[in-house]
Design a protein around this ligand. Sequence first.
Ligand SMILES: NC(=O)c1ccc[n+]([C@@H]2O[C@H](COP(=O)([O-])OP(=O)(O)OC[C@H]3O[C@@H](n4cnc5c(N)ncnc54)[C@H](OP(=O)(O)O)[C@@H]3O)[C@@H](O)[C@H]2O)c1
Length: 259
Amino acid sequence: MQKVKIAFIGSGNVAWHLAKNFSRFGHPIVGISSRNVESAKKLALEVGSQAKKIFDLDLCAADLVFLCVPDKAIYEIAQNLDVKNACVVHTSGATHLGVLDKFNNKGVFYPFNTFSKRVEISLDDTPIFVESPTHEKLLSNLAKSFSKKVHVFNSKQRLQLHIAGTLVNNFVNHILAMGENFMGKNEIDYHLLQPLIERTFSSALKQSPSKVQSGPASRNDRITIQKHRAFLKDHTDLNEIYHVLTNSILKKYGYEKLD
Ligand SMILES: NC(=O)c1ccc[n+]([C@@H]2O[C@H](COP(=O)([O-])OP(=O)(O)OC[C@H]3O[C@@H](n4cnc5c(N)ncnc54)[C@H](OP(=O)(O)O)[C@@H]3O)[C@@H](O)[C@H]2O)c1
């Protein structure tokens, strides 16, 4: 594909991974900016670019301007940006494309993964979701330079995906952390759970998770549920989550909810 000149606003986790991948595939990074120029400098050095403060960056040379800033800052930065021809793109799953309505050319480039500057990951298998009324083909081709999984999604579909991601990644991880903490408090090695954790994930990917649900709530085993709850009565957070999830499973399998 044609080489695309790209500028970055924000030099955090996502900018770090995208800039390095774009650069690796020959797309020039024409500038990187951040509130703290020092963090932009580190990334600029990695990709042979220049670092500036956000509104000092000359965006005339860019074909694409990536806004890799926290969701809550996207609108405000967009309002203060003066971009004439370049396509301005955000990378947020939960933010509507309309937040960039002031620009003639706008888009979304959402990499569906968890990024940290400290952890190098290959983007080969990372699904990328693009949206743009004007630059859909360019953004899709750019994503295809390094990802095998590129999809066109509108803002509503992206929000739905983001909610599902929160359920299966963030919430599940929180429950794993609660399990680790509970085991630790009771002086039992957390890694004893490893075979069960591995089986949970492999089964949920091999077939529908609804078909492999197990545990006391799915078989309406009230005696075991009461024993668990009696033990957990002083663990306020754990007890609350146990109650909500047990009721959700009971309801799904057609049993009466707990009081
Ligand atoms: N992290 C992920 O796993 C992930 C995955 C997919 C999509 N996303 C999306 O990608 C976007 C960027 O996320 P990120 O994780 O890269 O964020 P991040 O690591 O927190 O980096 C944010 C960058 O924006 C700058 N910034 C922070 N607040 C700002 C403000 N109020 N005004 C101007 N600049 C500000 C920061 O500058 P300083 O360094 O100078 O503070 C930093 O360079 C978000 O829309 C997020 O939803 C994130």
